[in-house]
Design a protein around this ligand. Structure first.
Ligand code: UDP
Length: 235
């Protein structure tokens, strides 16, 4: 396996599958099986999951809800997704721990870095819920930060597109995909990989990012084994 420890970022929206809102159980099952294949090969896995399928802070403002309040609502939404994913992983025989950026003792452990590392060393899949626990951040930033904290080898950003393109492939049919690109080039070309906070954290800490299509079965395993899938962003 190429990576000893990886951090997988899944968006909340990816859990919707064909639905317009919420969680599609078929997606949970599919992701659990993809994750299992990699875990069985001995790779340590940490996961950050978003909340966009339930609630986003920016939505709150439009609804007349205070932004900060909305962001906390978004963080709670990520915990709902994390619990659903945890359940799907456990149903498929994996040991897991859910650690939250906001204390909620009845539901999950608080995030404590040393404890998270220990869980990973014991081959437990660690899911980080509630973002970093602060408003005005995203779960992409959470993924970068937690990956650095637990010393993951790479951030795998699972999306519905198969990598980073020269332009939005849905709007521009001439757009082409990069197999590999540097952090610097992403800045210069103003490409959309992650929000700037998340991206800068990876750049400054020399943590590679791979953007890939999580919905294509087998992709996660291929990546973990070092095959070229999606777009690799490195120094
Ligand atoms: N959020 C936050 N701080 C964090 C992580 C998330 O305030 O550290 C809030 C923010 O409102 C965000 C929402 O939680 O819109 C859901 O997360 P995100 O939009 O990153 O989810 P995704 O797009 O990955 O589904």
């Amino acid at each position: 396996m190429k990576y000893k420890r990886l951090l997988l970022k899944l968006s909340g929206e990816s859990l919707m599958g064909e639905k317009q809102y919420g969680i599609d159980p078929a997606m949970l099952e599919q992701y659990a099986l993809e994750i299992k294949k990699v875990h069985e090969m001995g790779t340590q896995i940490a996961i950050v999951i978003g909340g966009g399928n339930i609630f986003r802070g920016v939505q709150a403002e439009k609804a007349g809800i205070d932004r900060v309040q909305g962001d906390y609502m978004g963080m709670l939404a990520t915990v709902i997704n994390a619990m659903a994913l945890q359940s799907a992983l456990e149903k498929n025989g994996m040991y897991t721990r859910l650690m939250s950026g906001i204390k909620m003792e009845q539901v999950c452990e608080p995030f404590i870095r040393r404890r998270a590392v220990r869980h990973l060393e014991k081959n437990r899949i660690v899911i980080f819920g509630a973002g970093i626990g602060n408003p005005y951040f995203t779960t992409d930033s959470t993924a970068s930060l937690r990956a650095i904290e637990v010393e993951a080898d790479v951030v795998l950003k699972g999306t519905r597109v198969d990598g980073v393109y020269t332009a939005d492939p849905e709007k521009d049919p001439t757009a082409t995909r990069y197999d590999k690109i540097s952090f610097q080039e992403v800045f210069e070309k103003n490409l959309n990989v992650m929000d700037m906070t998340a991206f800068t954290l990876c750049h400054e800490n020399n943590l590679p990012i791979i953007v890939f299509d999580m919905n294509k079965q087998g992709n996660l395993l291929k990546l973990a084994q070092g095959e070229d899938v999606g777009t690799l962003i490195t120094a």
